[in-house]
Design a protein around this ligand. Structure first.
Ligand code: GLN
Length: 560
């Protein structure tokens, strides 16, 4: 159990920044946390970022992407909140299971301990048992890094968030003021009728936070306009925050400008001063170069993303970012045209995709919208439009090829049709999980959350393929690691037949049992992968498959 003496006596090294949000949701707390992480790294510090989510779900893996946005997957196979994607994109900190906890997990742990008799029959309460459990999750990363940034999900005032706020309130008492910083992200709206920025919502939000016992050290104010000296001093007076610590976080045209904008407002300097840290001046040249390139693209391409989630920006967050990153490496602005495969079909679909320079079919679950996606793949294959299929997109590319080229009209995935005579994509009953060193057994009745292949798995690339060229691996060092999140696999029974008709199998698990990448002969760029490359793409280090795909789309546009 959590014991403050332990940390004090072990001379805790890590300092903590706690980020809370006020007024309304969607203010970009995740981006703020990630950008502060980037700035601290630019000052030579080692950081970690953790997200604490107040909702009751035990893991975000089974949450609906319509409601909650993308599920981000880490190397160790944790299914997490999409904010962890921002943390990885902006910083060098790799995330794992330890970086995302929900109320559900916290309560689950406490209840498990209670059932085991750990509390010796004592009354189990929110304070101290739940709050202690939260604190031990926060302190898990202690000692490994210089600064841990903790983002508390939700908005101050939410009932579910109270135990988290109480836990972080206590931490200042436990480890001292110089080791803790409270940063509150808030909203300062511009009211057109009055022609003014309004501070009242922020005042109320800070009042709420102070009623819980937390006095923010920094206010990060999301706003459309620059905060004037008057507005800053008003906020300073009413919220009891030093004026220099009232920071303007103005809307920017590209999210990768946020670290530079924060630096202009001296946010990183305020943070290190408040934490009593001495660091070098930040080295931001990489970010500055990136912004330059983003602002002056030489080319432009349009990619059709044929998917089913209508909340497109949130449900395909990492994918959208990875496509844009692919553009950075090719000096190209990437426009993404989202096509809902449930509504757009046949001639209309053809017209839409033929206006684009590349087609991408992303991951997904269930049979809704499948027909439209297969139609898009047929068009890409026949009209030689660059095609990228990810996870479900790869599985559908295999189904399309089996049906329309190999003469298996009923070929399908067991996910959509368990009785198909040709299950080219099927549920592997038994497979070896190299990460846990166990044989995994699964069937139709397996528990949904527990039967997926999750996290990073190795894949060996075959020479003289698009994949080998994109990853630029040598023959003797041709293993890559990519992240997975799926239940179904390519059925090796069909390997030879499909290969005979021109499908190239360019990536396989080292034991040769799991198919990871398929390509097509006689096509400029047609590739499907069973993994999700988008999770590993970074603006400063775009993913090779996205770089190669955008390059092919540009070539198609230029008619090369
Ligand atoms: N539904 C498919 C499976 O479970 C694909 C999953 C995905 O695209 N992430 O295998």
């Amino acid at each position: 159990m959590w014991n403050p003496d332990f940390f004090i006596h072990n001379k805790m090294k890590t300092k903590f920044i706690f980020i809370t949000g006020g007024v309304l949701s969607s203010l970009g707390k995740g981006l703020a946390a990630a950008s502060i992480g980037a700035l601290l790294e630019a000052r030579g510090l080692k950081i970690a970022i953790q997200k604490l989510d107040p909702y009751i779900n035990v893991d975000p893996g089974t949450m609906n992407p319509f409601q909650h946005g993308e599920v981000f997957v880490t190397d160790d196979g944790a299914e997490t909140d999409l904010d962890l994607g921002h943390y990885e994109r902006y910083t060098k900190a790799a995330t794992s299971k330890k970086n995302n906890y929900t109320s559900g997990m916290i309560y689950y742990n406490v209840i498990t301990k209670e059932r085991r008799g750990d509390y010796l029959g004592g009354t189990v309460q929110v304070i101290p048992h739940i709050t202690d459990e939260i604190k031990s999750c926060i302190f898990q990363l202690d000692g490994e890094v210089d600064v841990t940034i903790i983002e508390i999900g939700g908005t101050v005032g939410d009932i579910e968030g109270l135990p988290f706020l109480e836990a972080i309130r206590q931490i200042r008492g436990d480890i001292g003021r110089e080791n803790t910083l409270y940063l509150h992200v808030t909203y300062v709206p511009f009211i057109k009728a009055a022609g003014e920025l309004k501070t009242k919502p922020t005042q109320h939000s800070v009042k709420e936070l102070r009623s819980i016992g937390i006095q923010p050290d920094i206010l990060l104010c999301r706003t459309e306009k620059d905060l004037s000296h008057e507005i800053k001093s008003k906020l300073s007076l009413f919220c009891d925050v030093k004026e220099e610590c009232v920071i303007t976080a103005k809307d920017v045209s590209c999210i990768y400008e946020v670290p530079i904008e924060f630096h202009r407002e001296a946010l990183d300097e305020r943070v290190v001063n408040l934490l009593h840290m001495w660091t070098r001046a930040p080295v931001l040249s990489e970010w500055e170069d990136l912004i330059e390139r983003i602002k002056q693209p030489q080319h432009e391409v349009t990619i059709a993303v044929v998917g089913k989630y209508s909340n497109f920006t949130e449900s395909y967050k990492s994918l959208n970012e990875a496509l844009v990153h692919g553009g950075f490496s090719n000096s190209a602005k990437v426009n993404i045209k989202f096509i809902n495969s449930e509504n757009v079909r046949g001639k209309e679909l053809e017209k839409e995709v033929l206006n684009c320079d590349g087609i991408l079919v992303p991951g997904g679950f269930g049979s809704r919208g499948i027909i439209g996606k297969i139609e898009a793949i047929t068009i890409a294959r026949q009209k030689k439009i660059p095609f990228f299929g990810i996870c479900l997109g790869m599985q559908l590319a295999v189904i399309e090829f089996a049906r329309n080229v190999c003469g298996f009209p009923l070929a399908d995935s067991a996910e959509f049709n368990p009785n198909t005579p040709d299950p080219v994509i099927y549920l592997m009953q038994e497979w070896y999980d190299y990460r846990t060193n166990t044989v995994q057994i699964r069937d139709e009745n397996s528990f949904l959350g527990g039967s997926m292949r999750l996290g990073a798995y190795p894949c060996n690339l075959v020479k003289e393929t698009i994949s080998q060229d994109a990853y630029n691996v040598s023959e003797d060092n041709n293993t890559i690691f990519e992240r997975h999140r799926h239940r179904y696999e390519f059925n090796m029974k069909y390997h030879e037949i499909l290969a005979g008709k021109g499908m190239v199998f360019s990536g396989m698990s080292p034991d040769g049992k799991l198919m990871e990448i398929v390509e097509l002969k006689d096509h400029p760029w047609f590739l499907g992968c069973q993994f999700h490359p988008e999770f590993k793409s970074r603006p400063l280090n775009p993913h090779p498959l996205f770089v190669s795909f955008i390059k092919a789309a540009l070539a198609k546009k230029k008619g090369v």
